[in-house]
Design a protein around this ligand. Structure first.
Ligand SMILES: C[S@@+](CC[C@H](N)C(=O)[O-])C[C@H]1O[C@@H](n2cnc3c(N)ncnc32)[C@H](O)[C@@H]1O
Length: 459
């Protein structure tokens, strides 16, 4: 390739280059977009509107990948597997801008062609130009009408295509939502949007009111510690830099709080977080433990993730144990236990842009075995009359209600409690909490991640 046919990197738009490089890291190294991009923006000193644009492009493209690939394949008249990876990254980025942003067609096509030309030369850039021009001839709705399964014959397939979800995940959501097509559509649509940023005000350090005032955010509707941040980089919020606040979905805050408000007779202050890394809930429970003069043991099997807990619990009364929680060696008799189990993460797909295209149904089967073993151990470690809060960041019935039913039936004296009163706070009333005894939160109903909570005890 002769140098004169290549555009120099410095002539390219830095935001689009960062988005392209993020998509490449995701494709080539199985990287996580939400870890790669923020660091890249810092390293390259991309700030303000450019940083926001790069984020929208990288995350939006990663989320919509299945839909974009179907459109690209139709426009290119070949399966995307036959397109060179680096060219495909840019085609996805270009198609995303054309179909899902207000970027003008000319700019979306020409900047993408430039990106391809800068690395791959004239031939591939001509191909990119032809494909993206074809993509630009129809709106997203027109492409969906042309390529999605017929809604009359396959409504779940149609909705999965339209809202860029793998079909198996749409089926899981349908089952978790009791089969309602309207609910499914709303759930997939909410999951297909840019997620809101929720901050947590650490109790005893700063109130939500103070955090809202100093961050320019708004107090949350449910969690007494939550602040909704309308925009900007949470890293710029002073309370976060000082460790008085953090970034945490409001649903996770409700779960952490639920463990601490459950009624437990003669609470001796021995609390346990069985799967604590990276420490979001441990930090909130730890702050509440400090107020209640309790102590929290936090178990985490991964050393690296245990280090992350250490960074957020600072001086709180939290003791970290690097161990497998199924055989930690800790003495039974805990008053309160949180088991925030390792799970498929299907409830926070909006926050992990590429994960919906990576997860498989087979992952869930393995996790369910582990979840049951962990919950059985939690019931061994809790004192009679104590509480075990079992939570997942997944609404998958196999990981939620089925795990609880199975373990409850197999452990002598285990009983399920009504979890709804534990999250009844702020504007979160019974009318939003279903029939119980468990609680299932949803982005389209509660604005939170799709967190599940069951409360159990042992006689
Ligand atoms: C859903 S995450 C917990 C998130 C955490 N509660 C928070 O709010 O930040 C599950 C954690 O369990 C850990 N884990 C997986 N298997 C485990 C085991 N057998 N024992 C202890 N921890 C385990 C994972 O490494 C992961 O950090």
């Amino acid at each position: 390739m002769s140098g004169d046919r290549k555009l120099r990197q410095k002539d390219l738009d830095p935001a689009r280059v960062a988005a392209r490089d993020t998509l490449r890291a995701v494709r080539e190294r199985d990287a996580y977009a939400n870890l790669v991009l923020p660091k890249m923006l810092r390293d390259r000193k991309i700030e303000g509107r450019d940083a926001a644009f790069a984020t929208e492009l990288a995350y939006g493209t990663a989320r919509a990948q299945g839909l974009l690939d179907a459109v690209i394949a139709a426009a290119a008249k070949r399966p995307v597997e036959e397109i060179d990876g680096p060219v495909l990254d840019v085609l996805r980025l270009g198609a995303y801008q054309l179909l899902r942003t207000r970027v003008g067609s000319h700019a979306a096509v020409s900047t993408s062609v430039d990106l391809v030309r800068s690395e791959n030369g004239m031939g591939p850039s001509g191909f990119a130009n032809a494909v993206l021009r074809k993509v630009s001839q129809k709106t997203e709705e027109m492409w969906v009408d042309e390529l999605a399964p017929s809604p009359a014959e396959d409504l779940v397939g149609y909705l999965a295509f339209q809202y860029a979800h793998p079909r198996w995940i749409a089926e899981v959501f349908r089952d978790a939502l009791g089969g309602s097509a309207g609910q499914l559509q709303a759930a997939l649509a909410a999951d297909d949007e840019r997620p809101p940023v929720h901050l947590v005000a650490r109790p005893g350090y700063i109130t939500a009111e103070e955090l809202a005032l100093t961050s320019g955010g708004e107090e949350g509707d449910y969690s007494p510690y939550c602040v909704y941040l309308p925009g900007g980089d949470p890293g710029d919020v002073e309370a976060i830099r000082e460790g008085y606040a953090g970034v945490q979905d409001e649903g996770s805050q409700l779960i952490a709080r639920a463990v601490t408000v459950a009624e437990v007779a003669d609470d001796s202050g021995r609390w346990l977080d069985m799967c604590a890394g990276p420490g979001g809930k441990a930090a909130l429970i730890g702050a509440l433990a400090e107020i209640d003069a309790a102590c929290l043991d936090a178990i985490e099997v991964s050393k690296h993730r245990a280090e992350l807990i250490r960074k957020v619990v600072n001086d709180l009364p939290v003791t970290i144990h690097v161990a497998d929680a199924r055989s930690s060696g800790l003495e039974p008799g805990y008053d309160r236990i949180l088991l925030d189990a390792p799970c498929s993460g299907l409830g926070s797909l909006r926050r992990r842009p590429e994960s919906r295209w990576r997860r498989t149904a087979a992952d869930v089967e393995e996790l369910v075995v582990l979840q049951k073993e962990l919950l059985t151990e939690a019931l061994r470690l809790v004192k009679p009359g104590g509480v075990v809060a079992y939570s997942t960041c997944s609404p998958h019935p196999a990981e939620t209600t089925a795990v609880v039913a199975d373990v409850r039936a197999s452990v002598d004296g285990a009983r399920q409690l009504d979890a709804r009163p534990l999250v009844t706070v702020g504007k979160l009333g019974p009318e939003l909490l279903g029939d119980g005894p468990h609680v299932q939160l949803w982005p389209h109903i509660h604005g939170t991640d799709a967190m599940f909570l069951a409360a159990l005890t042992r006689d």
